[in-house]
Write a protein that binds this ligand. Structure first.
Ligand code: GLA
Length: 693
């Protein structure tokens, strides 16, 4: 062995060792190793045997596996000269610097290429961030560049990655490890509903709350590629990068996005909490870090494109009375935008709908004590728009391309496009008292192109520099652009266009593997859900929204007295608790009943928690199974109260203790036996508060 480095964050250790001058491999990643562990011995101990039908020595599974070293799987770098000749790199050690972060430089002199690997760990959030940069002495064409390549755990039988669809984001798919590859590549040009760039690898027997788990997230909004490959010798590698061939120009430098990785010995929740905290406390920049997250009102499902000042003012009054603190004017305020066939990119207030501009509405909203937010879809253009008529060449893709929601994307790589958007958007922000943008992106790109994503990032960055008080919500037909790259520039996600609380309960639950409450928008939708056709009770709708960053999106004129009362009460509960909830950890519970989707939000000091047990379906068995809590102090006593026990249906006839009073129980009891909840209908939520005595 020649070189060895270890990275420690207090819960995990990652060890890299290298033979001679070669690229290093991750020979250990897992629970913290003793400080005096001998890395040289570890390097030797990790070498696997050779038998018939194998090379005389097994090629390294390095942080960028090289085809030239007989590596039999996917290489970490594929690059060509400008004339198209494939370059076959072979890197040698150049330098290493470890000083808080670890930076390793390897050079291939023959091909004029340098790889720089960067690792940073965070002792508080327990996320390791890693990134690869390729430098070339002359412009080269990049086909594929992997962020530092990690080994897949041998103790796992399957991996979980994330797909989804419009109104059905964050669906977890489990795939068994087998020889060959699980290859996911997103060529849509945006993060996409169908391709959230995340992977969870549970070791055998791991659950939400127990066991060893590894997790990965690639922080990039332009479409990623993931390879999880098992080699013939049984070793596994996990690679992440931008989708292949996304760089259309030859260049002398390419960089992957940051890859965020986490190891947990506390089940999937250990990784989930690491991502939640890292996103909230390290990635996002909050314009007002100490301000509580305001309750939102968004008018989309109330009025759609039919904007009438007096109606919106009436709605604003009612939203404020329910407890809203921010009013967001959605699509329909600009150009001739009477439906979704026209006017995108004509970012000027529609004088037919707003003869005196937005001021009368904004002032009205302010008078009600709410701040004002507005919808934009900057990257998009309709053919039926003044801007498309003037600059058809600003659109990305061919003239005969298939439209998406009747629209094209603008070419964000063009500085004149970004300047135009900046001037229109900044005029709206300068002329009006606006502190929030809902930034939408409703279609996939005609082809993937990294320059497009960089262009979007540049526009957002410029606007944020000049309007630092403005918060931005990332939306793409709901959750089509959610990743830590866009969230470096935004503060909220519109998780889904589904305001159906039943669907949302599941989507939120699975998204919590990566996203904390403070960024996850959740709105109380209309009684009859517009995207599912379901009719849901107000109490269920309100509590599901109260699980995350709460808001309303129904037409408040539809609310009955009872609905108004319930909604006002749940909103005030949320406001009362939000100070600790917005920094709490969301812990997914291992419900014994598949019909119950449950989570526990645990305060950072662990002294209090709230449990949401959502009944997503009718149970198979007749009585509820006990629900086990997690991450409590086993020896402490907790007082647990079912706060909405009054809503138990009359069909719940028994004498379950929680229906009567608060219970004082030990952490061990709560975690090992669990709580017996009253019987309830499906599409209902039990809410429990707990405090440590
Ligand atoms: C997208 C968003 C919606 C709404 C509409 C407006 O579908 O996801 O929330 O803003 O656009 O056109």
């Amino acid at each position: 062995m020649r070189h060895a480095w270890r990275i420690d964050d207090g819960r995990q250790t990652l060890v890299l060792t290298a033979s001679n001058q070669r690229l290093p491999q991750v020979v250990y990643w897992g629970a913290t190793l003793p400080a005096d562990e001998d890395l040289e011995t570890m390097h030797a101990a990790a070498i696997i045997d050779v038998t018939g039908g194998m090379l005389d020595e097994n090629p390294d599974l390095s942080i960028s596996p090289e085809a030239t070293r007989s590596f039999p799987g996917q290489p970490g770098l594929i690059v060509r000269d400008t004339d198209g000749t494939p370059l076959l790199p072979k890197f040698c050690f150049e330098s290493a610097e470890q000083n808080g972060t670890l930076e390793l430089t390897y050079v291939d002199e023959g091909n004029g290429l340098t790889l720089v690997f960067h690792f940073a760990c965070d002792h508080d959030t327990r996320i390791i961030t890693c990134q690869t940069t390729l430098n070339a002495t002359r412009p080269v064409h990049l086909h594929w560049l992997a962020a530092p390549v990690l080994p897949g755990p041998q103790q796992s039988d399957e991996m979980i990655d994330v797909s989804g669809r419009w109104c059905g984001e964050f669906q977890l798919s489990r795939t068994a490890w087998a020889p060959g590859m699980r290859y996911r590549e997103n060529r849509t040009g945006r993060t996409g509903h169908e391709h959230f760039p995340g992977l969870i690898v549970p070791c055998r027997g791991a659950t939400n709350t127990e066991g060893e788990v590894y997790a990965f997230h690639y922080g990039w909004s332009g479409g990623h590629k993931m390879i999880a490959e098992e080699l013939q010798d049984g070793r596994r590698q996990i690679q992440w990068g931008h989708a292949a061939r996304m760089e259309t120009e030859a260049a002398t430098q390419f960089k992957t996005a940051p890859l965020y990785i986490a190891y947990s010995d506390r089940g999937m929740n250990g990784c989930a909490v690491a991502f939640q905290r890292h996103l909230r406390d390290r990635i996002i920049t909050w314009p007002k870090p100490d301000a509580p997250r305001p309750v939102h009102y968004n008018c989309w499902e109330a009025v759609y494109f039919d904007h009438k000042l007096h109606v919106l003012q009436d709605i604003a009054d009612r939203a404020a009375a329910l407890g809203a603190e921010r009013f967001v004017l959605d699509d329909g305020w600009f150009g001739n935008r009477d439906d979704d066939t026209r006017s995108l990119s004509d970012w000027e207030v529609d004088p037919r709908k707003y003869p005196d501009g937005l001021t009368p509405l904004i002032q009205h909203v302010h008078k009600q004590g709410m701040t004002f937010g507005i919808w934009f879809e900057p990257e998009m253009i309709n053919e039926d728009s003044d801007i498309h008529r003037a600059h058809p060449d600003w659109a990305l893709g061919s003239e005969d391309q298939t439209l998406g929601r009747q629209q094209k994307a603008l070419n964000m790589a063009l500085p004149e496009v970004r300047d135009f958007l900046y001037s229109r958007m900044s005029a709206i922000l300068r002329d009006n008292d606006i502190d929030y943008i809902k930034w939408d992106h409703n279609r996939v790109l005609p082809m993937p192109d990294a320059a497009q994503t960089r262009g979007s990032y540049a526009l957002i960055d410029r606007l944020r520099t000049d309007f630092p008080h403005v918060e931005i919500e990332t939306c793409a037909s709901g959750g089509g652009r959610i990743d830590f790259g866009i969230l470096q520039r935004t503060q909220r996600v519109w998780l889904s266009d589904s305001n159906d609380a039943l669907e949302r309960l599941r989507i939120q639950h699975d998204a919590a593997l990566f996203l904390p409450l403070s960024v996850t928008g959740s709105h109380v939708g209309p009684r009859h859900c517009h995207t599912s056709g379901r009719t849901l009770d107000i109490s269920f709708r309100a509590w599901v929204a109260a699980q995350r960053h709460m808001g309303f999106e129904m037409d408040p004129r539809e609310l009955t007295e009872h609905e108004t009362a319930v909604l006002t009460e749940v909103t005030s509960w949320w406001k009362h608790h939000r100070d600790w909830l917005q920094t709490a950890d969301i812990l997914r519970l291992d419900s014994a009943d598949p019909a119950v989707i449950a989570e526990q939000q645990l305060a950072r000091d662990k002294d209090r928690f709230v449990v949401f047990a959502g009944k997503a379906a009718t149970s198979a068995q007749i009585a509820p199974r006990p629900l086990r809590l997690t991450a409590l102090d086993p020896d402490a006593t907790y007082r647990v109260r079912l706060i909405n026990r009054d809503t138990a249906p009359t069909l719940s006839r028994g004498a379950t203790a929680l229906k009567d009073k608060a219970l004082d129980l030990s952490g061990t009891y709560l975690m090992r036996s669990g709580l017996v909840l009253p019987w309830s209908f499906p599409e209902r939520m039990w809410v429990l508060e707990g405090e440590k005595l």
